[in-house]
Design a protein around this ligand. Structure first.
Ligand code: IPD
Length: 286
């Protein structure tokens, strides 16, 4: 039988609050942090402890559901059609170890590879973003997203506030694509740029999705994200009337190459044109 999405949502909200308490109680330091593949890919004891807590609680209650988590991911694991919980115990780990308060736990639930429940909680700023497929997206469970009741039209890139991320891939083709894209987005017309209002690099993919869902950022582009960075944010943004353009439509396994995401906020009109403008002329391909 079909999973009870409201019940799953409520359980994920409770787990996110518990995770938030763990993050607030931790005392992370840049000195005691391990790096994974390089100095910008960090993991702390708190990332691991939160994922363990979340995994244990979910496996006890939802015995037959799958689980995909950042800290327990092994190469070769695939997202399947089965009901799956997707967990990023701390999104924004670099912010976390520096005490920069843009940090969250991101919990998603997918059915047939589509995100249907998302819960993203930033305990440092007491902000919880949630959504259930077909039932809207909310800030702190009561305020409907987007925050602007009548979203302004997206007029074009020159009046957009755009989130991007440095990410942890900073070599070779990935790096080349990234900095060329930043240059094209931010630079003036005489330098071949779109001269957006400005770029923001806030250090959490999940919270970037929430910013676009809330409407205080117009678009977010990143290449190199993993399923746990985007699953919960994806449904929150869609339920807020925004759009996610995926480099691999319908196939966003963490293992596939070319994981690029472009998120666009809700707007009464003109979304498609903006997406096309961004995607084809400005944003590079990996
Ligand atoms: C990272 C953050 C970062 C983004 C990376 C993510 P983590 O997640 O969201 O902003 O640029 O792509 O991997 O490692 O802090 O969970």
């Amino acid at each position: 039988h079909e999973p009870n999405l409201q019940e799953i949502h409520d359980f994920l909200v409770e787990l996110a609050k518990k995770a938030g308490e763990m993050a607030l109680a931790a005392n992370p330091s840049t000195l005691t942090t391990d790096s994974k593949k390089n100095s910008s890919d960090l993991v702390t004891e708190t990332d691991q402890a939160i994922e363990k807590m979340v995994y244990t609680a979910l496996k006890a209650k939802y015995v037959n559901y799958e689980f995909l988590g950042e800290e327990t991911y092994q190469p070769g694991m695939k997202l399947t059609d089965a009901p799956t919980f997707i967990c990023d115990p701390i999104d924004g780990t670099i912010n976390f170890v520096h005490g920069f308060p843009n940090v969250c736990i991101s919990l998603g639930f997918t059915l047939r590879k589509k995100p249907v429940v998302g819960v993203i909680y930033n305990p440092f700023q007491h902000r919880m973003f949630t959504a259930i497929r077909g039932r809207g997206a909310y800030l702190n469970l009561t305020t409907r997203l987007p925050l602007k009741a009548f979203p302004e039209p997206l007029m074009g890139l020159t009046s957009a506030l755009v989130a991007v991320e440095w990410g942890s891939d900073r070599s070779g083709r990935n790096w080349d694509t990234k900095y060329k894209t930043f240059r094209r987005l931010a630079g003036s017309a005489e330098d071949g740029g779109a001269m957006v209002h400005s770029l923001r690099c806030m250090g959490s993919a999940a919270l970037n999705f929430c910013a676009v869902a809330a409407g205080y950022v117009d678009a977010y582009w990143e290449g190199g994200c993993w399923a746990w960075d985007v699953a919960a944010g994806w449904i929150i943004l869609e339920e807020a009337g925004g759009i996610v353009v995926d480099a691999n439509p319908g196939n966003w396994e963490p293992t596939v190459d070319g994981r690029k995401y472009l998120a666009i906020r809700a707007a009464p009109s003109g979304q498609k044109e903006i997406i096309e403008e961004l995607w084809s002329n400005v944003v590079g391909t990996y």
